[in-house]
Design a protein around this ligand. Structure first.
Ligand SMILES: Nc1nc2c(ncn2[C@@H]2O[C@H](COP(=O)(O)OP(=O)(O)OP(=O)(O)O)[C@@H](O)[C@H]2O)c(=O)[nH]1
Ligand SMILES: [Mg+2]
Length: 217
């Protein structure tokens, strides 16, 4: 799978569109930057309404192209952001593991926003900034870092197809970020069976319940 960045997005060969959403500063653009440009910026540059996208070619043989759309988490764009969801095929819903409010806002704000028009689209839940878990000073300040078990529980509760925790800052997690975008591409094309087992959440259709725990290291 290959990635390239472009603004605005080029015309897709097939209409697969992955949209990144979540609170301001939770780490959406950094995830995309790490994936497409293999780099990280400490300085915060807020995303404006119509900026930031990347194309990935999910399957050369079948000519499948996926557009990844970055969005702003700012309340200023609450009225216009849903317009950019368009033909979204998958949503990557992000939170910051150092701010529990960003996890709470997933049910309070982001899922209702998606469900207005895209209730049936797959969701992948992502805890960003996982490197900060190892920061002892920060762990002491933020006594309420979001636990993996809390993220996973929410992922199951809201019917997410997969749960990830990743760092855009620490270079030793590129496999996780690659796997995240590959999972999004696979889910976009309907190939749920091909998504990473490590992060997949399976459902018991009869009981309509998530039953398989994914593992977060
Ligand atoms: N330590 C650490 N910092 C991160 C990570 N990801 C993002 N940051 C920092 O968090 C801040 C916000 O990151 P962004 O990726 O711009 O956040 P965003 O969700 O795109 O924010 P909006 O565009 O306003 O919606 C920046 O200062 C980043 O450097 C990470 O994985 N680890
Ligand atoms: Mg951004």
């Amino acid at each position: 799978m290959t990635a390239s960045s472009s603004t605005p997005p080029s015309t897709p060969r097939k209409a697969h569109k992955v949209v990144l959403i979540g609170d301001c500063q939770c780490g959406k653009s950094s995830l995309l930057r790490r994936y497409t440009r293999k780099s990280f910026e400490e300085d915060y540059m807020p995303t404006v309404f119509d900026s930031g996208s990347a194309d990935i070619v999910a399957d050369q043989n079948n000519d499948i192209q996926v557009n990844i759309w970055d969005t702003s988490g700012s309340g200023e764009y609450d009225h216009v952001r849903p317009l950019s969801f368009g033909e979204a095929t998958v949503f990557i819903v992000c939170f910051d593991i150092t701010k529990s409010t960003t996890l709470e806002n997933i049910q309070r704000k982001w899922l209702p926003e998606i469900r207005q028009r895209h209730a049936d689209r797959p969701i992948i839940l992502v805890g960003c900034k996982s490197d900060l878990k190892a920061d002892q000073k920060l762990t002491n300040i933020h006594k309420r870092l979001v636990l993996s078990s809390q993220g996973l529980l929410l992922a199951k509760h809201v019917g997410a197809i997969a749960y990830y925790e990743c760092s855009s800052k620490v270079e030793d997690t590129p496999e996780t970020i690659n796997s995240l975008f590959e999972t999004a591409a696979m889910a976009s094309t309907g190939s749920l069976g091909k998504i990473s087992r490590e992060h997949r959440i399976k459902f018991d259709k009869k009981k309509n319940k998530a039953y398989e725990k994914c593992t977060i290291s």
